[in-house]
Design a protein around this ligand. Structure first.
Ligand code: NDP
Ligand code: 8X3
Length: 252
């Protein structure tokens, strides 16, 4: 059956791969990110390739008013969101705790925690009205294992873990599924963003092993979203075979 899938952070990486995967299944999509041009290009690609409908929702998840206004202004057809994938997120910097930049910490907290809360809170009334829906949050191995120089990024992903749990508990009566998908290293624009455009540093992260691709993670998310109505995957950690968890990797 055709569903409406709302993906935040769909202009790149895991979010974009999710949009492509669900579109290939014939689902209609709401795609979010701040880069309007990328959203327009993706809408064109998906509508032409898969004969589906796509709504672009360009907003900054950090901005509370923007999030609520944009979502409440969705045309009625689009308010019936079946699946929300909270992929918008980022890491900034890999400094030691005492050397890290406050502005980086604040941006990570505002995006990875506040942003996820705002979008979920804005969509939930429409799911609750129908006693149906599925929220899929992008956690990380970094939420399970704090690593050196990961400090606040790891903390935001631990927060996602707790929020994921809290949502599932409090939304039990509404039969809304809540899932935390926790990938290890995935080669996307993530490291380029983390190292503020330094391509050499970003490429080094994926040297000596074969990381996950965004499509690998999208496949897993699609699986979580395609199980029978009575089944919920509460959390799922996924890594490439060179990585055992958030700390131990085998690189050549
Ligand atoms: P990318 O950098 O490739 O994509 C990040 C996406 O988030 C972009 O579409 C970006 O869009 C969007 N985004 C960032 N800030 C905002 C904002 N303020 N408002 C709206 N959208 C925003 O990274 P990934 O795809 O790898 O990351 C996606 C998620 O997966 C993140 O939550 C990340 O923490 C998590 N993750 C990533 C892993 C990895 O190794 N890559 C591993 C584990 C988890 P735009 O810039 O257009 O706004
Ligand atoms: C992204 C994976 O290992 O860079 O969440 O923290 S890692």
């Amino acid at each position: 059956m055709k569903r409406i899938v709302f993906v935040t952070g769909a202009t790149s990486g895991i979010g974009k791969a999710c949009a492509q995967k669900f579109a290939a299944n014939g689902d209609d999509l709401i795609i979010n990110g701040r880069r309007q041009e990328r959203l327009d290009d993706l809408k064109k690609e998906l509508e032409e390739t898969y004969n589906i409908d796509v709504l672009c929702a360009a907003f900054d998840v950090q901005k509370k008013e923007e999030v609520f206004e944009s979502i409440n202004d969705f045309p009625d057809k689009w308010k019936v969101v079946d699946i929300l994938i909270n992929s918008a997120g980022l890491a900034l910097g890999r400094e030691l705790f005492d050397e890290a930049y406050l502005a980086d910490w604040e941006t990570m907290i505002k995006t990875n925690i506040n942003g996820l809360l705002y979008v979920s809170k804005a969509i939930l009334p429409y799911m609750i009205k129908r006693n149906s829906g599925h929220i899929i949050n992008l956690g990380s191995t970094a939420g399970d294992d704090v690593y050196e120089r990961g400090n606040v990024y790891c903390a935001t992903k631990s927060a996602v873990e707790a929020i994921n749990e809290a949502m599932r508990i409090d939304l039990l009566q509404h039969q809304i599924k809540v899932t935390n998908v926790k990938p290890g290293a995935v080669e996307t624009e993530f490291s380029l963003v983390r190292f503020k455009g330094d391509e050499e540093k970003a490429e080094k992260v994926y040297e000596g092993f074969v990381p996950l691709t965004a499509a690998d993670v999208a496949e897993t998310i699609f699986y979580c979203a395609s199980l029978p109505p009575n089944v919920c995957i509460n959390e799922l950690q996924i890594t490439c075979i060179a990585q055992a968890n958030g700390i131990y990797s085998y690189k050549k």
